[in-house]
Design a protein around this ligand. Structure first.
Ligand code: PAF
Length: 221
């Protein structure tokens, strides 16, 4: 597994691979890897033998009161898991934005309702960083988890609207034995919080079974 931290070096490597006729799959993550992320890598590996995983805790998608500072960053463990899962290139930049960056990519329909209504700027941060990653990694496929269904909708729309030559793959949600979706943030849950999350997850499943909109989980439940 090749470790790359410089954005320019990542782009050079991607262009070199493309010139050599290779197809590239990108698995963008913020690290704190778990089985859900590894399932994205396995899906990517079915398409191509060049799998780039990015690990970057993107500051622009966190609100001022959100957990950017305390977001888990288990670097060594992440490297081990990525290598074992078959990632060929691990792109872990220290920074992706110029200090005076002033350009954003913003989707204005899906990203305004649902979660977007409660997290102003969140999806704009996501689309901007994903667009930057696309420019640097030049992927043919980009793999995202259906766990973040709203994020998938917003990115799919961006790909369509901007005519990006990228196919998006949605990987199915991976759940733990009790049925809770695996999520880096679910590590924060206290035993009490875990019980509540499970109840929420079960209630959503019951609602879906009664004819609600299927597969629309948004916050890892
Ligand atoms: O889903 C995530 O982990 C992040 O939102 C992403 C897509 C890596 C962008 O920072």
């Amino acid at each position: 597994m090749k470790l790359i931290s410089s954005p320019r070096e990542m782009q050079r490597e991607a262009l070199r691979l493309k010139r050599g006729g290779k197809k590239i799959a990108l698995v963008p993550t913020m690290g704190a890897l778990h089985e859900g992320h590894l399932s994205l890598v396995r899906l990517a590996r079915r398409r191509t033998d060049v799998v780039v995983m990015s690990i970057y805790v993107n500051p622009t998608q966190f609100g001022p009161k959100e957990d950017f500072q305390r977001y888990p960053r288990p670097w060594k463990e992440d490297c081990r898991l990525a290598r074992e899962a078959g990632v060929t290139h691990l792109f872990a930049p220290r920074e992706l934005y110029a200090a005076d960056a002033s350009t954003w990519v913003e989707e204005t329909t899906f990203s305004q309702g649902r979660c977007g209504a409660f997290r102003p700027g969140h999806f704009r941060g996501v689309t901007t960083v994903v667009m930057i990653l696309f420019q640097l990694v030049q992927p043919d496929w980009a793999v995202f988890g259906q766990k973040d269904a709203q994020q998938c909708d917003v990115i799919e729309r961006m790909i369509r609207d901007l005519h990006l030559p990228i196919k998006m793959l949605r990987a199915p949600i991976v759940r733990n034995r009790q049925g809770l979706a695996l999520s880096s943030r679910n590590r924060y849950l206290s035993p009490e919080g875990l019980k509540t999350a499970l109840k929420l997850s079960e209630s959503l499943k019951r609602a879906a079974a009664r004819g609600g909109e299927r597969g629309r989980s948004c916050c890892g439940i």
